[in-house]
Design a protein around this ligand. Structure first.
Ligand code: HAM
Length: 459
């Protein structure tokens, strides 16, 4: 038997419905925030990710799937979505548009050669979004709030937002030097990878999977202490904006992020779940003001976020979130002889086109077996065809819940089905309920019209 490659998954059945549901929520929230969908290639020129002196992160140095195609081109399966979006932004001259910022989102497969474990896949799906062309901290706050709202819409609870600032290049360089001075005496105590990172990119050591747990790193200087005035002010503004949006956050000075392109705001979103030890970070992002220029485009300030879908699914399961996913079908059409079968063939098409979810019999089973099948499929209604009724222009419809059977004229069948199914739940995205939760009705009196009781704007 040929089995799937290590670190990949088959998503099917009930699990696939959860994945589809997450996609729908992402689409609907993104629409409200006016982000447009973007699809970039699954593979890109290797140099997009391996940028010479550029990236020293594990994701890029150790985890990419690199290959040479039949035309001798060096290609890489994308390990993340941001670089591809930036390449596309430059190549398609989106920066020339008068509608900056460009706000786009994606939902797609990425590849990382990692050691597979729960919530850490080699083939992973991320949804993510990027805002290209603004440095305003309002966009930092928006990106964080979009992420939080997607998770809230999905029904996740106890979402923790952790933020940090790496500052502008001056702050980052000062910090880099301070960290280097601090780490040098401990050089021998670092893991082999970190020894190599020390001169190239000491920041990387802070989120090394091995060294980050040691006291050396825990006591290391923090980025915040090295922010210059401008960067400090920017970070304070972001905090103000998050307060206005009522997004609780913690400042975590340890966050430096696994990719090298960040500056100013970096953030991670976590759920505190015991079953998820290594997968608690369900999403992460940050500002990358230098990347467009580094890749040959004009100086463009950007910020973005991405979330691992398999981790979100794990979190939903851990928290027992009940998703409004349709488990039932509307009706199962039953028949016995060839004439009835032909009518079933016609009727299922008509009813499906009228908007009902319909199943029918495909393997000429007995009527008794068809009843069992309808039960397995949780069919709300059973449409039972027999030649005699059909000659009279009628069918029998049995309600699985009430067990009541009615004989219905074909002319009125659609109205009858509508009526029978009217009280049932349908798969709707519950924006209305979400609105109620956020309760914009009891605003405080401040100029920002905040809705929290202890409005910080007054301070
Ligand atoms: P990242 O932190 O590498 O950032 O990945 C973002 C999220 O993807 C993680 O928080 C996690 O939920 C998920 N993820 C990462 N690796 C795996 C894996 N092996 N298996 C399952 N899920 C995984 C980025 O990818 C940046 N592009 C985010 C960003 C967008 N920054 C700016 N814009």
């Amino acid at each position: 038997m040929i089995t799937k490659p290590k670190g990949t998954s088959d998503i099917y059945g009930k699990e696939a419905k959860i994945w589809k549901y997450i996609e729908e929520i992402v689409d609907s929230v993104m629409e409200k925030y006016n982000y447009t969908y973007i699809r970039t290639p699954l593979f890109e020129a290797t140099e997009l990710f391996h940028r010479g002196i550029g990236d020293t992160s594990d994701i890029v140095t150790k985890e990419t799937y690199d290959f040479v195609d039949r035309g001798n081109r060096k290609l890489t399966l994308r390990p993340e979505g941001t670089a591809g979006v930036v390449r596309s932004f430059i190549e398609n001259k989106m920066y020339g548009s008068e509608t900056l910022p460009v706000k786009c989102y994606y939902n797609g497969t990425m590849y990382r050669y990692e050691r597979p474990q729960l919530g850490r896949d080699r083939e992973l799906t991320q949804f993510g979004f990027e805002v290209l062309g603004t440095d305003d901290p309002l966009s930092d706050a928006e990106v964080i709030s979009v992420a939080v709202n997607i998770y809230k819409m999905l029904g996740l609870k106890d979402i923790k937002v952790e933020i940090n600032s790496l500052g502008d290049s001056e702050s980052r360089n000062n910090y880099r030097q301070a960290l280097l001075n601090y780490l040098k005496p401990y050089q021998d105590k670092l893991c082999d990878d970190c020894k190599a990172r020390l001169e190239k990119n000491p920041l990387r050591i802070l989120d090394c999977k091995i060294d980050s747990a040691t006291d050396i790193i825990k006591n290391a200087p923090t980025t915040i202490a090295y922010l210059n005035e401008e960067s400090k002010e920017r970070f304070e503004t972001l905090k103000d904006y998050l307060d206005i949006l009522e997004i609780p956050y913690e400042v975590n000075p340890q966050i430096v992020r696994g990719l090298d392109y960040y500056n100013h705001t970096v953030f991670e979103i976590k759920v505190d779940l015991p079953g998820l030890s290594n997968a608690q970070t369900i999403g992460a992002g940050g500002r990358y003001n230098g990347l467009v220029k580094e890749l040959g485009g004009p100086d463009t300030a950007c910020i973005g976020f991405a979330s691992g879908v398999s981790r979100v699914v794990l979190a939903l399961k851990e928290q027992d979130v009940e998703l409004p996913i349709k488990k039932e079908i509307d009706a199962f059409i039953m028949y016995v002889n060839e004439d009835e079968k032909k009518y079933a063939l016609y009727l299922q098409q008509e009813l499906r086109m009228a908007g009902f979810t319909i199943e029918t019999e495909y393997t000429n089973r007995s009527l008794k077996a068809q009843f069992k099948q309808a039960e397995r499929l949780k069919s709300k209604l059973l449409i039972i065809l027999n030649s005699e009724d059909l000659d009279n222009g009628e069918v029998q419809v049995k309600n699985s819940n009430t067990k009541k059977t009615d004989k219905i004229s074909l002319e009125y069948l659609i109205y009858y089905l509508d009526e029978q199914l009217a009280d049932e739940d349908s798969l709707t995205l519950d924006f209305e309920n979400f609105q109620k939760q956020t309760s914009l009705t009891d605003n405080c009196e401040c100029e920002h019209h905040c809705s929290h009781d202890d409005c910080h704007c007054k301070d």
